[in-house]
Design a protein around this ligand. Sequence first.
Ligand code: ADP
Length: 587
Amino acid sequence: MTLTQRTLRLFVYVLVIVTGAAICAALAMRQTQQHVLSEEARRASDRLALYANTLHTLIERYRALPAVLALDTEIRNAVRAPLGEQAQASLNRKLESINGAAHSSSLELMDRHGVAVGASNWRNPKSYVGNNYGFRPYFLQARAKGTGRFYAVGVTTGIPGYFLSNAVLDDDGEFMGAMVVKLEFPTLEREWAQDDDLLMASDAKGIVFLANRTDWRYRELQSISVEDRADLLSTRQYDKKPLSPLRSRVLQRFGPGSHLSRVEAPEGSAEYLWQSQAMPDESWTLHLLRKPVSVNEDIRNAGLAAASLWLMLVFLGLFLSQRWRMARLRERSRNELERLVEERTRDLRTAQEGLVQSTKLAALGQMSAALAHEINQPLTAQRMQLATLRLLLDQGRIEDACQALALLDQQLTRMAALTGHLKTFARKSPDGLRERLDLANVVDQALLLLDTRLREEQVECVLHLARPAWVRGDAIRLEQVLINLLRNALDALRGQPHKRLEVRIEARDDQWQLSVIDSGTGIAAEHLPCLFDPFFTTKPVGDGLGLGLAVSYAIIHSLGGQLTARNGDDGAVFSFSLANDFLESEP
Ligand code: ADP
């Protein structure tokens, strides 16, 4: 994946996370706002029910009044026939006192044509008495159904009020007139005005006739039909009061009669929680409008909480997916590793098998080379001794021939010992023999074997041998080591102007140290580390096998010693130490 693609992917991730957080916050804020609003609406609705109940109780209290008065004899007589002046005055006073006692706004009695024959406000210049209210619905309703009710602005007084009427019947049940009580609600409106909420009552046509704010009164909540308008004119319900529409738009509904609306209110456009409750007895609807409380902090907190929750979930998801991916990666790496290990193991096993095979072959080669190496030397010596023997016999020197034969016998014994020793090898007995022997004698034997060559090559031989130097070991094998070292020294001395060979045996602590020092070529620094490796040789092919030092090293090592090589003052120094066998050594 390129850098641009990665940046783009990162950008998309960030965008999704941020957008998700914003959507969550917005949804939570909306939800909280709705919850807060509907809670508020529920509270407003409870309050509205309380108002409706109060109003209903108030009206109910007066409902019986005209019904009771319609049964009164004096009142019935007053509408039965035209009244005399005195009777009229008496009726007016009676109505006046009852009105005062009942705390109603006014009481009036109408004859069968709707003309007020008596009224509690008879003293008032704008008294009802003598006026015809036959067009008013409350009169018409009383005549038709026995009772009537009508909220209207008084055509005479101009004061709005609720008219409750009851028919006055004669003994035969014939309509003679109507008894009307008028209720005004100034106290109610005053009480309502204390409230922070807006309270209104609208009639069946949707016209607000009662409100605790003056500007909201005589407003049309819905458009008025042509018939209704005609009806308003004929009943003069709101008489000269100008009606104007109250425009509103529902923003959100919470339930029947409960919504959030934007209202083009007289004091300006505003949002209101609008609760409505029907008053079926009066065919009215009571309204409560409340400005929604600002709960910005709660809404903001809800938004923040939702965004945080979203982010938490996102990060948890990312964390889990990352862990899953890591686990999968680990699993894959483990499988890969296992596969590699298996593959390598298989390769190694194959390689090892090959190695074992080649090691076997190498060992075989090494063994054959060692055998040839060890047997060649005595065979050459023996050939020379046989030639000497033939010469002696030719000359009839029997005595000397016997001596030479003894020497030959000695050589053969040594070879037999060597093959015996090789058998020991074959039997895998690395320790071999452990006899007590004098190291100086071993040196003598080895020098004796190489005597011819030493003399031929005119080598100055210097010996510093501590005698006896008792050690524990295998004489034949130690002699083999010495012959190897001496022969190598002689090889190194070849062609040197001054040929000096020194053999030393010195006591070092509890050990005997044997050194072979020559004045030869010395050892090249780069050859020092690999001197004892099998088949390491610097000699021409056919001359050296590179086994002498390897075999010697192994022999000394098996006797518990260490063979080392270094460069001396003018040649090489090879030395090894073996533990002093004190047991019977000289003090
Ligand atoms: P080989 O004699 O068949 O080469 P060796 O294991 O006996 O095998 O010797 C290994 C090599 O060590 C020789 O080829 C020679 O380079 C080096 N070396 C051994 N002894 C001496 C010595 N005295 N002086 C210098 N080089 C030596």
